[in-house]
Design a protein around this ligand. Structure first.
Ligand SMILES: [Ca+2]
Ligand SMILES: [Ca+2]
Ligand SMILES: [Ca+2]
Length: 232
């Protein structure tokens, strides 16, 4: 009898939006959870932002909620896959260690700057305007995240003229701003507006320095975004 009941309940939810409120009640009373837990293997729970409230549902009903426009937190880090009333938006909802851009509007320093292309413009969230050294390599920009993080990923939006050319960028981490460790080298042909992705081996860092040693252009970045989790 249970085997007949499950498809009936799922089809009711899928094809009848007018029964949504009834379904909400059932979800809240955990009736669906109990049935699913005993009949589906490898099921787990996912937080959903449903009508401004966080509810914890079985992963089997996530698709139905998404169809109704609900935001979901698939990786369980408290950040959701789209704008919602329950929590912030997740940069990568498949990785719990990547949430929001932790470099945004922190502090930045550079070897030199040209006119109003100051270091802060590389971490201001604006991908159309950024830092420019006003000089060829070697030049660097450094970001102070203000506390230690385990850094998972750095996204660097290229600004260069000529718009295509071979470049080399060394990425260093530091916890004190004095002692630096080389954690990644980005070496290749880059184009203006490319987003270079660095995934250095995770280790705590408060400071990140991006040093460009080869480029046909004045050294510049439109935006540098950093993702990682706070060191407990
Ligand atoms: Ca998430
Ligand atoms: Ca995430
Ligand atoms: Ca910018």
């Amino acid at each position: 009898m249970k085997n007949l009941l499950i498809p009936f309940l799922i089809s009711l939810f899928l094809f009848s939006c007018t029964d949504e409120s009834e379904m909400d009640l059932m979800l809240e009373r955990n009736q669906i959870h109990d049935i699913s837990d005993t009949n589906f293997k490898n099921s787990d729970k996912v937080n959903i932002c449903h009508k401004g409230k966080i509810i914890n549902v079985n992963s089997n009903s996530v698709l139905v909620h998404q169809t109704h426009g609900d935001a979901v937190d698939m990786d369980g880090d408290g950040y959701y896959d789209q704008e919602n009333e329950c929590g912030p938006v997740d940069f990568d909802d498949s990785n719990p260690y990547i949430t929001e851009n932790i470099a945004l509007n922190k502090r930045a320093f550079a070897s030199r700057s040209w006119m109003d292309h100051v270091p802060a413009t590389a971490i201001d969230g604006d991908h159309d305007f950024g830092w420019n050294a006003g000089a060829r390599p070697t030049q660097w920009i450094a970001i102070d995240l203000l506390s230690d993080y385990n850094i998972e990923q750095i996204n660097l939006t290229v600004d260069q003229f000529p718009v295509t050319g071979s470049t080399i960028h060394n990425i260093y981490f530091s916890t004190d701003g004095f002692s630096w460790t080389l954690v990644d080298v980005l070496d290749g042909v880059t184009n203006a507006n490319d987003v270079l992705i660095s995934s250095p081996s995770a280790q705590p860092a408060r400071y990140i320095r991006v040093e460009t040693t080869v480029s046909p252009s004045w050294v510049a970045w439109l935006e540098i975004e950093v993702y990682g989790s706070s060191v407990e």
